[in-house]
Design a protein around this ligand. Structure first.
Ligand code: BES
Ligand code: MN
Ligand code: MN
Length: 455
């Protein structure tokens, strides 16, 4: 649409500057040190919603970080789009690996470098600006509600309660989310599924204090040796997970589904080169795309214990710890899998150590329909702005709240993500291409237009 393109090009620099301002606020939800910054970021998001044209916008306090809600109702008979995103970000460490400050955004080679540039401030803010574009050009087709949370990166613990107590306020026809990735700008795609998550922490305790590894070594169980062995036993030689019952509810894809999935453009050589790994790795019998999109996994996220300082210290440590997460696929349940893990991990503990397993947050897997009006509107929007039909893919990441949109609000979700797998989300030097940012702003209004027309 000409009016949209004109408005975007006239305001291009401001759209970019505003995002950079948002990226300067270190809204790290996991670290209480940033509580004030998270609150400040919520305030900035609220102000941006009002400035873009929301009739009302408010900060909704929770027991954790606040949720920002805003809306503009244009026509009670028009469909309502509930835009979900998150303004919180992951911790920036390790800081020494960043080429510039994580909260001092810089533009290099047409890319914005900052924590949150892609996940999810950059992608969330595309919706605020697309809404401004539609509002200022008097072309808002649908009613729009925004729900932007500050706890996605820590499991959205308080958002579920917010949904339950605000069913009426959040009444809508579809949830629209940009917090996932595309294959590439040459091969636009739409994610049609997300994996669930079960996140555990384990502790192995041996002797009541650190010991001299010469005086006691060989005669007392070393918790780190034991933990390493226990973790290693969680996969067999085919990289299948060995927890009894783990795969019981996993549905195998049909051959046709597998073939469709594997048709997506994917260059294994490029993939290995990008990551500088000599070989791919994973569950026997599955392709890389199947492994990340359709299979459950188990990964150690962190492991610690004993002496890790400079030089060498001969010590037999008293305890060892690890954080272990499992990605889940339909119909696995986060609670059930957490329970299975706990039982199994405790059962394989040898005499001489005590093992404790605790569960952190989790989330359920989701599959989104590809035969819905909303999916078709998203596909058509992409086709209009990219000139190409999007390829449906299955994403490997998790967004815990999406399953609850369906369960609590009865709403399906469209995952209209514009990130790229190599955007370094959760990693040093996170980036978001300026091109993707504006492609999102250009595409979103078409979604609203087509969604109304097709509804
Ligand atoms: N936006 C990501 C999830 C994502 C990334 C989905 C890329 C698809 C493609 C989200 O912010 C995220 O990081 N989720 C966490 C889960 C959460 C409970 C910490 C994840 O997937 O680890
Ligand atoms: Mn995200
Ligand atoms: Mn994230």
């Amino acid at each position: 649409m000409q009016a949209w393109n004109d408005y975007i090009s006239q305001n291009k620099q401001r759209f970019l500057d505003e995002l950079l301002d948002l990226l300067r606020i270190p809204s790290v939800s996991a670290d209480s040190k940033y509580k004030g910054d998270v609150a400040r970021c919520a305030e900035a998001v609220k102000e941006s919603l009002l400035a873009a044209g929301c009739d009302k916008a408010e900060i909704c306090p929770t027991e954790g970080h606040p949720i920002v809600y805003g809306e503009k109702m244009v026509d009670p008979s028009a469909p309502t789009v509930l835009v979900y995103g998150h303004y919180d970000v992951q911790p920036a460490d390790p800081l020494e690996l960043w080429h510039s400050g994580p909260f001092e955004p810089v533009i290099k080679d047409e890319k914005i470098y900052a924590r949150g540039a892609c996940d999810d401030k950059g992608q969330m803010y595309m919706h605020v600006k697309a809404f401004e574009v539609m509002n200022k050009t008097n072309t808002l087709a649908c009613n729009v509600k925004f729900m932007i949370e500050g706890e996605e990166e820590v499991g959205s613990a308080n958002l579920g309660k917010f949904l339950e107590s605000n069913v009426e306020k959040l009444k809508a026809d579809i949830v629209l989310v940009s917090d996932t990735s595309m294959i590439s700008m040459e091969h636009p795609s739409l994610e049609t599924g997300l994996r669930g998550l079960a996140y555990m922490e384990v502790e192995v305790v041996g002797p009541n204090r650190d010991l001299h590894s010469g005086v006691y070594g060989g005669a007392v169980a070393n918790p780190i040796n034991i933990l390493a062995k226990m973790i290693a036993s969680l996969h067999d030689e085919n990289n299948h997970i060995t927890i009894p019952g783990f795969y019981d509810k996993v549905q195998d894809l049909t051959e046709a589904e597998r073939a469709a999935l594997n048709k997506a453009p994917f260059d294994l050589e490029e993939y290995k080169k990008d990551l500088q790994v000599g070989a791919e790795w994973g569950e026997k019998g599955y392709s890389t795309l199947e492994r990340t999109g359709t299979r459950p996994t188990l990964d150690v996220n962190g492991i610690w214990g004993g002496y890790t300082g400079e030089g060498a210290k001969t010590v037999l440590p008293s305890k060892a710890n690890a954080k272990i997460s499992m990605r889940l696929v339909p119909n696995q349940s986060s609670d059930e899998i957490s329970e299975m893990f706990k039982k199994h991990f405790e059962s394989i503990a040898p005499a001489g150590v005590t093992v404790t397993v605790t569960a952190h947050h989790g989330g359920e897997p989701v599959v989104t329909p590809t035969d819905s009006v909303a999916y078709k509107a998203a596909a058509e929007a992409i086709k209009t702005s990219f000139g190409k039909e999007p390829i449906p893919t299955r994403g490997g990441g998790s967004i815990p709240i999406i399953a609850l949109f369906e369960k609590v609000l009865g709403l399906k979700t469209v995952l209209l993500g514009f990130g790229l797998d190599n955007d370094n989300i959760h990693s040093p030097n996170e980036k978001y291409d300026i091109f993707n940012y504006f492609k999102g702003i250009e595409t979103i209004p078409y979604f609203h237009k087509y969604y109304k027309e097709m509804s």
